[in-house]
Write a protein that binds this ligand. Structure first.
Ligand code: ZN
Ligand code: ZN
Length: 681
């Protein structure tokens, strides 16, 4: 039927049978009728694909299989082969299923958020009034209920709702957290709910087509913890249930083995066995290093100093506390204030006025980073192009006020020491400096026993300082330097990460692979033109004019604390001899050999080794067990015969290590060679 216009002319309605053109990844084009879904397209291609398809990428956006196509589109079907995307989808589904299971079993529980994580998912719940937080004892029943929901294979249906309807529904259901959240979604956002049977949740999606699409044997609930609503300590405490989720059981099993292996290597446990350090509530997130732990630190620091000196850096030390105005100028006050420890400049007169700080006291802050202080050093005296590159280095102790719940052993702390360097250079020197840093980082990681790492370039984020032109140049320079260093290859996992740069600079990241295949982001170099500008650093160029230097922020370890934690886990405590806190123990079999044991220990000590004599009246097997638990790399066993013959029975740490009888001088030479740091060999 036509439409009547005022002038009486007839217009045809848009033709309802007009088809959409769907272009597939292989370049082929299909014409489909409006209302067609990606699932229909998959089915038209073949029953295998229809079964394997998990979701669709439509014009770059990940979507539900059953959401109708809205026009001409680029379409790619996502299957388990697209592992990263498939895992994310599956984990998101598990999170929903977890929430539904919990609400089925514990009526009155409120739901909040439940995202996918790196190895699974979690969901935050507000337990029903009167009921305490969830505990690990609750997990088996919840897992069982999840399997029941998966078995039911309920379709997961996307529905578009109005904000007000969502709010009313959640208020009716007593879901105050969700009701609060929906009102804060951006006004232009399409609000979607996902329904599985009776159960419904506010969610952006996408999801798999039904609950039965996930493998009931490929997930495991792992632990519970507390979490604040929207991560803010001022808000209600929620109960978080974590799970690990995979595409199939084989993947889950492999992951559980990795977890077990990781638990054995946990640096907190090994740190205790080896008496390296401890943490306690009086100093949340700050480490008490014991003599043996600090010995590792000292060796590492001495090693780093030698490498840094040889690479042309000059070591500095800058103030721990600076006036807040300085941090304001550098831009940190605005971005980081919440994570900074702030203290008044003036001590109140507590005798007369009590602990009151005057309203006009100046505020100081513990430094959260060293960069501004290094610029202040650079700014002393006029710099010319002849002074560049100027490479400053500091073992810089920083503080960041992280929430207690986020702290984790040595891996996440509030006081940490960065191996922090800043290279001030001209535009023309950037590529060379970055290339040299790549070589330095490579040398250090290999010296410390890491064989593999990957290099990634984090590109400009959405919110950033500086012009597009500046970013273009900074990114291009980093690319060029990495290529020149030979690292821009698949072997080095070379990858560019759009949007992940710092707000002031693109950055190269080094991700180390440890002995059990985990990766750790450690080193970085960032090419910054913003901070020198904000803090007015300049040099006089060849042309006699003032120019801004480029500032390269760089670190190889990141922080000593975390790096040592990682070294402990990578080596499972069996550090290379040059880093071991105790490099050898001389243990007696019988008390007749006590004097000889002391003589051997003295000789090793004189050769520069860290050695202890164990002349306790204990069985040798007991001693062996104890020193292997403490991961002492070499045990020198001495009895009557060794004392008479001037030999030692050398027993290196580790399964299958063979005991070998050596003359004392030969043993000393061997241990000295082994204990020499790699850069001094
Ligand atoms: Zn969802
Ligand atoms: Zn810096």
């Amino acid at each position: 039927m036509g439409l009547e216009e005022a002038d009486g002319r007839r217009y045809m309605r848009p033709v309802m049978t007009q088809h959409f053109r769907i272009r597939l990844p292989d370049g082929s084009v299909r014409e489909v009728a409006p209302g067609t879904t990606p699932a229909d397209v998959a089915a038209a291609i073949g029953p295998g694909l229809a079964k394997a398809a998990l979701a669709a990428r439509v014009n770059g956006e990940l979507r539900d299989l059953n959401r109708p196509l809205e026009g001409d589109s680029e379409l790619a079907l996502i299957t388990a082969r697209d592992e990263a995307e498939a895992l994310e989808l599956v984990r998101h589904d598990y999170a929903h299923i977890l929430a539904e299971a919990v609400q089925n079993l514990f009526p009155g529980t409120q739901i909040t958020f439940g995202p996918a994580t790196d190895d699974g998912f979690y969901y935050d719940f507000a337990p029903a009034p009167g009921r305490g937080p969830f505990t690990e004892e609750d997990l088996p029943a919840i897992e069982e209920e999840m399997r029941r929901i998966i078995g039911r294979d309920e379709p997961l249906v996307r529905e578009v709702w109005t904000r007000e309807d969502v709010r009313r529904l959640f208020l009716d259901q007593g879901e105050s957290f969700k009701a609060e959240w929906v009102m804060e979604l951006p006004a232009d956002e399409t609000i979607t709910m996902y329904r599985s049977g009776e159960w419904i949740d506010l969610c952006r999606g996408p999801h798999l087509a039904s609950t039965g699409k996930v493998d009931p044997q490929a997930f495991r609930l792992t632990r519970v913890s507390g979490a604040y609503w929207r991560g803010d300590q001022k808000n209600a405490m929620l109960s978080r249930i974590y799970g690990t989720g995979w595409l199939n059981k084989k993947q889950l099993d492999a992951h559980l083995v990795r977890l077990e292996e990781a638990a054995k290597r946990d640096h907190r446990r090994i740190g205790q066995d080896m008496d390296l350090f401890h943490l306690q509530a009086e100093a949340h997130g700050s480490v008490f290093w014991h003599p043996k732990g600090y010995m590792i630190w000292r060796e590492l620091e001495a090693y780093m100093r030698r490498r840094i000196d040889a690479a042309g850096y000059r070591e500095v030390k800058t103030p721990q506390i600076m006036n807040a105005r300085q941090w304001e100028q550098s831009g940190h006050w605005g971005k980081y204030r919440e994570n900074m420890f702030v203290i008044p400049d003036e001590v109140p007169n507590t005798d007369e006025e009590g602990p009151v700080i005057s309203g006009d006291a100046d505020w100081m802050a513990l430094k959260p980073m060293n960069c501004p202080a290094h610029i202040l050093i650079f700014r002393q005296g006029i710099k010319s192009y002849r002074d560049l590159p100027l490479r400053l280095y500091e073992n810089g102790s920083c503080h960041r006020n992280e929430p207690h719940g986020a702290l984790h052993g040595l891996m996440r702390v509030r006081q940490f020491t960065q191996d922090d360097g800043h290279v001030f250079c001209t535009e023309g020197q950037v590529v060379d400096e970055v290339r040299m840093f790549c070589a330095l980082a490579d040398r250090i990681y290999r010296d410390l026993g890491f064989e593999g790492y990957s290099v990634k370039l984090a590109l400009r984020p959405e919110k950033r300082f500086g012009t597009d032109e500046m970013w273009e140049q900074a990114e291009a320079e980093l690319r060029e330097a990495v290529a020149a260093a030979g690292l821009a290859t698949p072997e080095y996992g070379w990858e560019e990460l759009p949007g992940e740069g710092a707000f002031y600079a693109p950055k190269l990241e080094w991700h180390l692979t440890d002995a059990i295949g985990r990766t750790w982001q450690v080193g970085t170099i960032q090419s910054d033109r913003v901070l020198p500008d904000r803090l007015d650093a300049s040099y006089v160029g060849e042309d006699g004019e003032r120019h801004r230097p480029v500032m390269l922020h760089r670190a190889v370890f990141g922080s000593y604390e975390r790096f040592i934690g990682m070294l402990i886990e990578h080596h499972a405590g069996r550090l290379p001899a040059w880093l071991a806190p105790v490099q050898a123990v001389v243990a007696t079999i019988v008390s007749d050999a006590d004097d000889y044991a002391r003589e051997v220990a003295a000789k090793l000590a004189a050769a520069g080794l860290r050695v202890e004599a164990d002349v306790r009246n204990e069985k040798i097997n007991y001693k062996v067990r104890e020193h292997s638990l403490a991961k002492v790399p070499n045990l020198l066993v001495v009895g009557k015969r060794e004392a008479e013959e001037g030999t030692v029975a050398l027993r290196p740490l580790g399964e299958g290590a063979r005991q070998e009888v050596l003359g004392l001088d030969e043993a000393v030479a061997r241990l000295v060679a082994e204990a020499t740091p790699p850069d001094l060999r």
